[in-house]
Design a protein around this ligand. Structure first.
Ligand code: LLP
Length: 403
């Protein structure tokens, strides 16, 4: 079982399935899940994989087999989780900004829902009284995460019910006798500091006594993984120890379950995007390397200024030069500016690492280019889990009319 796929394995996948291609190392996903389970040990901690990071059905089925539950962010993710074989009782739907009908649909499917607005909580009460126990997503007013775009718990964030509206929340709960089973917070992505979770727990523990039906507290996801050598990461052992100690210190009669929703931690490092070099362009400013990809396939560098490690796997020991790696779409799609790489030639394979989370999932067909194929490798065996798009995929839902 390898932590990383080797250059030879990646080259073999590119030969067999072509490029651009997303490759996922299932052994690594398994290791990450076991690392979490090992750290939290305790029965009271439940892991819900945040499906939004990567929803391929084969990946979901594998994660189910590992024993994890799943957290969804849309009704379609709920349906994919069901298709992947998750029982409704293992599916959580943490909604945000959705129309009430989507909440109804999820509840009717037997899925547990975290509601993130007073608006929808009021609707739930008015229409269903106390028929469905639910969770509520709170906004704890904590600034956390790698950058503002992925910070979700601060006092200007759209997510959750602001904690300062607790009175209004309790009024609705009381009026309809709604059974609140779970309190949820998620403060952001790329959180490296366990103290953020402790802060969240402190906010929640002030509120918990108001909720007699509570069975769990959901601390969301956001565990930071390494995107580059020496990158600070969250220490899940230390996190587990801090969180469990904090719960022991606060708890009186009720022993609540503790839920987490990791996305990146589970799949980021397991993923690779393999591209091939179309051309090299020398200019007075820089040497561009253009690959057969772009922000249509991996948008994180352009959207979040995210750093992704890149390597030239077909010429790993060539003389190192600085290259600006760009895509082939008709936008400024710079993956990296002046990145030192072993000499790059036409046809070389450039690999982008940490492409498992929010890679394929945020891909589009911009410029009418095809989304890549997806391949999974488990115990040395590579299998296609999604074909590359074809022209038919681009036109499938179009209705051509003569005007
Ligand atoms: N739970 C909730 C309610 C979330 O909103 C998210 C992520 C997660 C869990 C999982 O967070 P993770 O463990 O993956 O950090 N596209 C951005 C990240 C946005 C995350 C959105 N919510 C990126 O590529 O950095």
């Amino acid at each position: 079982m390898s932590e990383q796929l080797t250059n030879e394995e990646l080259i073999q996948v590119a030969r067999e399935f072509g490029t651009p291609v997303y490759v996922y190392n299932a052994d690594k996903i398994e290791q990450q899940y076991h690392k979490l389970r090992g750290a939290f040990g305790s029965e009271r901690v439940k892991i819900f994989y945040a499906a939004k990071a990567l929803t391929n059905l084969s990946v979901l089925r594998f994660i189910k087999k590992l024993g994890a539950n799943v957290d969804c962010s849309s009704i379609n993710e709920v349906k994919l989780a069901l298709q992947a074989g998750f029982e409704p009782s293992r599916i959580l739907y943490t909604s945000n900004g959705i129309h009430f009908t989507e909440i109804e649909e999820a509840l009717q499917l037997g899925v547990f829902v975290n509601i993130d607005s007073l608006f929808n909580l009021q609707k739930l009460g008015a229409q269903y009284g106390n028929k469905y126990p639910v969770g509520v997503r709170l906004r704890p007013n904590i600034m956390a995460g790698g950058n503002l775009k992925i910070s979700t718990g601060h006092d200007k964030s759209k997510f959750g019910i602001p904690v300062e509206q607790l009175d209004q929340l309790l009024e609705i709960v009381k009026k309809y006798n709604i059974r609140i089973r779970n309190l949820h917070i998620h403060t952001g992505s790329d959180i490296k500091d366990a103290a953020v979770f402790v802060k969240g727990i402190e906010v929640l523990f002030d509120i918990i006594p108001h909720f007699p039906y509570l069975q769990s507290v959901d601390l969301g996801g956001g565990f930071k993984v390494a995107y580059k050598e020496g990158d600070p990461v969250i220490d899940v052992e230390a996190l587990a120890q801090k969180v469990l100690t904090e719960f022991d210190a606060h708890e009186t009669a009720r022993r609540l379950e503790i839920w987490f929703e990791p996305g990146k931690f589970m799949v980021s490092e397991a993923g690779y995007l393999i591209t091939s070099v179309n051309l090299i362009k020398e200019t007075s400013a820089t040497t561009f390397v253009s690959v057969n990809s772009g922000f249509n396939h991996l948008i994180r560098p352009m959207f979040y200024d995210a750093y992704h490690r890149i390597s030239n796997i077909t010429n790993p020991s060539g003389p190192v030069k600085a290259y600006s790696v760009v895509g082939n779409i008709c936008e400024t799609d710079t993956f990296a500016w002046e990145r030192p790489l072993p000499e790059v030639r036409e046809g070389d394979l450039l690999v982008f690492y940490n492409a498992g989370a929010y890679g394929y999932e945020m891909a589009s067909t911009f410029n009418s280019r095809f989304r890549p194929a997806e391949v999974i490798v488990y115990k040395g065996n590579a299998q296609l889990i999604r074909k590359r798009d074809t022209l038919d995929d681009l036109t499938r839902n179009q209705v051509v009319v003569d005007l």
